[in-house]
Design a protein. Structure first.
Length: 132
């Protein structure tokens, strides 16, 4: 017997976005820390932060958003392949926004975060945590 009732796609997306907020805090903390101490540029700092955020997001999404029953051996490789694609998209968008369109790094990261959120939710719900 399942402990939780099956979620609608909308409520699942809401939980995904809320869980993503925890990963976003991790990402923005790494990004801001590295940029403000001049350890590296915003694009690299954002990518490193995105990796930190992905680790947080995997744990919380596995348990809370998708209530996964599949093994970590099945879900983790899928999740992190999508996450690394997200890191690549994140980095490309950050580069384009900062160096091509002259957008400030924090504004660029906010725009990038929204784009990556939508793409990764779709991929994770359809592939990583699907019941198939």
């Amino acid at each position: 017997m399942k402990l939780f009732v099956k979620q609608s796609r909308f409520s699942q997306f809401v939980v995904y976005a809320c869980v993503g907020a925890a990963g976003t805090v991790a990402q923005y903390t790494v990004l801001s820390s590295l940029v403000l101490v001049h350890a590296c540029g915003a694009v690299l700092a954002s990518g490193l932060g995105a990796i930190a955020g992905a680790i947080v997001n995997y744990i919380l999404n596995y348990r809370l958003t998708f209530r996964a029953t599949a093994s970590h051996g099945k879900t983790a490789p899928r999740f992190f392949s999508i996450a690394m694609t997200g890191v690549a998209i994140n980095s490309a968008l950050m580069f384009a926004l900062i160096y091509r369109l002259q957008v400030g790094w924090l504004t660029a990261q906010c725009i990038t975060t929204a784009c990556v959120l939508i793409l990764t939710y779709g991929a994770n719900s359809l592939w990583t945590f699907s019941q198939a």
